[in-house]
Design a protein around this ligand. Structure first.
Ligand code: MN
Length: 718
């Protein structure tokens, strides 16, 4: 076990101002907390947090991150509480430790490759602060370095996780050496045969080419010397895993030097990097298609470098990367460089990628216009705060916008699951369907074959997908309801002229009106886009005359009380019908409007009493039809609505509109607009509806249905 002094030694160099005593305190606290615990290898447990801290120190990270590394397993594995950590080490460290603990507790066991990207995002989402990820990656790196102590099955599982989640995450964060080591350690477990065969090839090639690396370095140095360039040239063998992956991609073996060795030129200044490139290209021929300039086009993780491949010694291909010191630093430690120190100061490297921008790249357009200044110090993962990641019982990750409910979750899995959803369990607890889901929750949906989407769900869902699925289903529901009603309307209308409603007749109408099929005709009748009279007019044009009363708008009425030349129209607020006591109100611009005497609007017109005109309906049988609305609450059972429509039709009234306004599983409420002759006709209809045992309430309503324009009566006094 390394001592605390060994641990802090490098910190003194890169961050002399660091509070080393505070780090010593974290060391002592961790040592004490883990006393008596052993690792799988049999060593003392505390070796692990120290080694994690050492990796963090190698990344030259800040004090808080080092303390977090030393304490990262205390809350999870010892009797320490987060509160204690906060009391002793302050809120910053406590929050970081809490973040690491949460990631540790995240179940990754059911990992599938296709969900790996979601898991990576979940990781970032749950981290809140990128330093949490840096500690977690360091934790995983040390665990992978010591993985041999675990049973094989566990080794494989951990290695797969590392390959799928941790290594790509390190790559995304621009931490190349971290990524390469994680990959290689996993590769060793997951595919030892492949790795060994690559290493064997290495050895043979190395023998064939004997010490080629120093020779090539020497060649490059000579060439740079001619330009008087101050630069460091290094060469290295590539990692077996990256070679293997390239072989997989290209489906070919490795034979070329450029597949195995990589050379690097690190310069002081950017201009020198280009001079170096020119020098290399002047001496050796560049291989076409292998040149890339990531200095002028940096990668989103901040990576900058010139890549080129040249035909070197004896025509053998050599791959060269050229960059400056600062670029090199970012290429090695990526986003972590944002928090790193040098000579006691936060590193002022112009190429360090702003973690905010990095996250923006990672989030792939999830955020619109957050203010970068809010993110300056400790990165808050705003755009991930717009999202929650939840699990299915099988461990599949479902990504949802924040504010989503179990219904959204259900629709996100499958429309059929959404449609049949009756309840949900969140982390095993029964919760209401409007509950907002949180990150990391596991959600299971309780279903029933009898369930249908409810209109009340529309206000409970957050995702467009759920909303449109619910609307579509409700519309389909309406359509089938409309078809049912339409059937009755067709039957009653045709019965009045002694005809039957047949499929053939409906198809004829469909053809004439260019509807798709007979159901479309019925749906149009049910939604009153088409009336029963129109249906008859199409099928039996001669039968129409005298069949029903002309609409009141189509026939002039002689109201008693109007002066010669005066015109009057009925008010849309109350839609008076003959038999009702009415009053005319003259408003200069609008002419005379006829209101029912009990119309609410009249209250607002009190000031203009002199404009009120005493009007009466014409005497005798008026022979016009007038629109009025009924609100009906009825039992939601087969055929009830159809029966009501039949009844209305048989009583000689036309249905001109139906609106479903409230649906409960057992009852529903409709507003139905009908054309009646007069008040007596209306009350006759209402009584016959009321006696139906499935009807709970029938009321006349002044509430006019929106799409119906009230007719105008242009009336002249004789
Ligand atoms: Mn750990």
């Amino acid at each position: 076990m390394i001592s605390i002094e060994e641990l802090v030694e490098p910190i003194k160099i890169y961050n002399p101002k660091a509070d080393l005593d505070a780090i010593r305190k974290a060391y002592d606290y961790g040592l004490e907390a883990h006393t008596g615990q052993l690792r799988a290898s049999g060593e003392s447990y505390f070796i692990h947090p120290i080694e994690v801290a050492r990796i963090v120190v190698q990344l030259k990270l800040d004090e808080a991150t080092i303390k977090t590394a030393l304490l990262h397993d205390t809350v999870e594995d010892t009797s320490s509480s987060l509160k204690q950590i906060e009391n002793i080490f302050g809120p910053e460290v406590a929050q970081l430790v809490d973040g690491v603990t949460k990631l540790t507790n995240l179940q990754l066991s059911s990992l599938e490759t296709k969900h790996a990207e979601n898991f990576r995002k979940l990781f970032v989402a749950m981290s809140k602060d990128l330093r949490v990820l840096l500690v977690k990656l360091s934790d995983r790196l040390h665990n992978m370095r010591t993985i041999r102590a675990l049973p094989l099955e566990k080794q494989v599982r951990k290695s797969r996780e590392t390959m799928e989640i941790f290594a790509p995450l390190a790559g995304r964060m621009g931490m190349q050496s971290m990524r390469e080591e994680l990959e290689d350690l996993s590769f060793r477990v997951l595919n030892p045969e492949a790795r060994n065969s690559i290493i064997r090839r290495f050895l043979t090639l190395r023998k064939e080419t004997d010490d080629l690396i120093p020779k090539i370095i020497n060649d490059i140095n000579q060439q740079l010397g001619k330009e008087n360039l101050n630069a460091r040239v290094t060469g290295r063998e590539k990692k077996p895993y990256s070679i293997w992956r390239k072989m997989q991609d290209k489906k070919e073996g490795f034979t070329r030097l450029s597949d195995i060795f990589g050379f690097r030129i690190v310069t002081d200044k950017e201009t020198d990097a280009y001079i170096a490139m020119g020098a290399v290209h002047r001496r050796w021929r560049a291989v076409p298609g292998r040149f890339k300039d990531y200095i002028s086009h940096p990668k989103s993780n901040g990576y900058r470098s010139i890549h080129t491949t040249v035909s070197g010694r004896d025509g053998k291909r050599v791959e060269v990367q050229i960059r400056t010191n600062e670029m090199h630093e970012v290429a090695e430690s990526g986003v972590a460089a944002h928090w790193s120190y040098k000579d006691g100061e936060r590193v002022k490297n112009p190429f360090v990628v702003d973690p905010f921008k990095w996250l923006r790249g990672l989030s792939e357009g999830f955020i619109q216009s957050e203010n970068p200044s809010d993110f300056f110090e400790h990165v808050k993962l705003e755009m991930f705060q717009d999202q929650v990641f939840c699990f299915t019982p099988k461990g599949e990750v479902i990504k949802l916008p924040r504010g989503a409910t179990p219904i959204d979750f259900a629709y996100a899995i499958h429309t059929g699951i959404g449609d049949s959803c009756v309840g949900s369990l969140v982390d095993g607890q029964r919760v209401p369907l409007w509950t907002k889901l949180k990150n990391g929750q596991s959600v299971s949906i309780i279903r029933s074959a009898a369930q249908k989407p409810q209109s009340s769900w529309e206000s409970m869902v957050f995702t467009g997908r759920a909303k449109s699925a619910i609307r579509r289903r409700l519309r389909e529901e309406h359509r089938s309801e409309n078809i049912k009603v339409g059937k009755e309307i067709a039957r009653v209308s045709l019965k009045k002229i002694g005809k039957k409603s047949t499929e053939k007749a409906l198809n004829t109408v469909a053809k004439k009106l260019s509807f798709g099929n007979s159901d479309d005709v019925l749906a149009a009748l049910g939604s009153v886009e088409l009336t029963g009279d129109e249906l008859i007019r199409i099928l039996y044009p001669k039968k129409v005359t005298g069949l029903s009363l002309p609409s009141f708008g189509a026939r002039k009425l002689s109201f008693m009380g109007l002066k010669p030349g005066q015109e009057a129209k009925t008010a849309s607020c109350c839609m008076p019908i003959p038999g009702e006591r009415i009053v005319g109100v003259a408003i200069r611009k609008e002419g005379i409007t006829i209101h029912a005497i009990d119309c609410d609007c009249l209250g607002d017109l009190d000031d203009n009493l002199e404009h009120w005109i005493d009007l009466r309906w014409p005497e005798g049988d008026i022979q016009t039809s007038h629109p009025t609305c009924l609100t009906i609450s009825m039992y939601n059972g087969m055929g009830v609505l159809g029966r009501i429509c039949t009844l209305i039709g048989e009583r000689g009234a036309n249905i001109t509109n139906i609106d479903f306004c409230d649906r409960k599983p057992d009852f529903y409420k409709i507003i139905i607009e009908i054309h009646v002759k007069d008040l007596k006709h209306l009350s006759d209809i209402m009584t016959s509806i009321e006696v139906d045992s499935d009807i709970s309430v029938v009321e006349r309503t002044r509430e006019i249905l929106q799409r119906v324009e009230p007719g105008e009566i242009k009336s002249m006094v004789n």
